[in-house]
Ligand binder design. Structure first.
Ligand code: UDP
Length: 365
């Protein structure tokens, strides 16, 4: 096993790169892979790493992150190589060069941070990731990049389609859109590199992926996490659940195992090259108010949350009071998944109730 902090030890670091380069060259002709996951310690990265190690036991995973808290259970796998590096400070060029595929998953994806610290979102999600994209072009490494359902913004389409729907954002003073714009610009840059330099890319667009390890629910602050984990945190702490603007806004929640299944099919399937693909579950279409009701009802079945769930209420809150004036909501967000079905032969399997139960089992048992 290559250990934590490997990059700090020059000799071990050089040996590791030599090993990766060899692996890349040896495996070029076969179906084996060197996969680089930047941001492997995050929600999607940790689940992707776990599943890749299970399904592709001969593949090498190089996992880069500033923290390994969510992947500590994988560190002893001989095919999993964790490097504690910071994409804002450290060069990743050697690792990108040595890999067949790179997943740049390090990004901020919480609306509360878009409004609270928009420049941090720009620096990490846009600037740092642009460098990675350019290195993938330079070294001809395949890039599987997380775009976002946020790029469709306030599109009026009943279902968002990758190649037809408009990307609709609000005025500059609504800072919420910095994430959407950062990701949209990267989508456009990657697409242009695909045409000009034949960059081998896939842009995937997650629609409200949820699951264990999504956010830290011990953090009590409102808006510190995404809606499902925010509601879990409210329930855990005995605080009323706040539905912003009345809670009629619609989301389609996608269980993480379905999302990861799609990502692995993207790696395995060359037909996904130079495509933009929505990964969402339109069957799990749910208003935020319905979500709050479902979660509160389910929480009554857990010893840990029974007492609080019997007592707390669902209350309405104005978005200005909750997020501040630079927030603007998206009222309906539903994916078309025709492309994912056609290209990847993928369809989501985990329903809403089952998803919420699995998440509550993880956080409350
Ligand atoms: N929301 C809410 N109460 C909360 C947190 C979020 O009503 O405590 C709403 C939020 O305004 C948005 C939806 O839930 O309309 C989903 O929010 P999330 O942060 O998960 O991300 P989004 O889907 O907007 O990217």
């Amino acid at each position: 096993m290559m250990s934590i902090g490997i990059a700090q030890n020059k000799k071990v670091h050089e040996f590791f790169l030599f090993f990766l380069f060899n692996a890349k060259n040896e495996k070029k002709e076969s179906l084996l892979m060197n996969i680089l996951i930047i941001g492997a310690g995050g929600f999607i990265g940790s689940h992707l790493s776990e599943e890749l190690l299970k399904r592709h036991t001969a593949w090498e995973i190089t996992a880069i992150d500033i923290s390994n808290a969510k992947i500590s259970h994988l560190l002893c796998n001989p095919n999993f190589h964790f490097l504690k590096l910071d994409i804002l400070k450290d060069s990743l060029e050697d690792y990108i060069e040595a890999s067949n595929v790179v997943f740049p998953l390090a990004a901020i994806a919480s609306p509360s941070i878009y409004v609270r610290d928009p420049l941090r979102v720009f620096e990490l999600d846009f600037e740092a990731n642009l460098k990675i994209v350019k290195l993938a072009v330079k070294h001809k490494t395949r890039i599987i990049f997380p775009s976002t359902s946020e790029v469709y913004g306030m599109s009026q389409d009943a279902e968002f389609e990758e190649d037809y729907s408009n990307c609709v954002t609000g005025p500059i003073c609504k800072q919420r859109w910095i994430y959407s714009c950062s990701k949209q610009m990267l989508d456009r840059v990657i697409y242009a590199y695909g045409i000009r330099d034949n960059l081998n890319y896939t842009l995937f667009r997650p629609f409200n992926w949820i699951g264990p390890r999504l956010d830290d629910i011990c953090n009590k602050n409102n808006g510190s996490s995404r809606v499902v984990t925010q509601f879990l945190s409210n329930i855990l702490h005995g605080d009323d659940i706040k539905v912003v603007g009345g809670g009629d806004q619609i989301r389609c929640f996608t269980y993480i195992s379905d999302g990861i299944d799609a990502l692995i099919k993207i790696i395995e399937n060359d037909a996904s090259s130079k495509r933009i693909i929505n990964i969402g579950n339109p069957n799990n279409k749910c208003s935020i108010k319905e979500l709050a009701e479902k979660m509160l009802a389910l929480a009554k079945e857990y010893e840990k949350t029974k007492f609080n769930a019997e007592r707390i209420k669902i209350v309405e809150i104005d978005s200005n009071d909750y997020y501040g004036k630079s927030y603007q909501d998206i009222l309906v967000r539903v994916p078309s998944i025709q492309k994912a079905k056609g290209i990847l032969d993928w369809h989501p399997k985990v329903g809403m109730e089952e998803s919420l139960k699995k998440i509550m089992d993880f956080y409350f048992i």
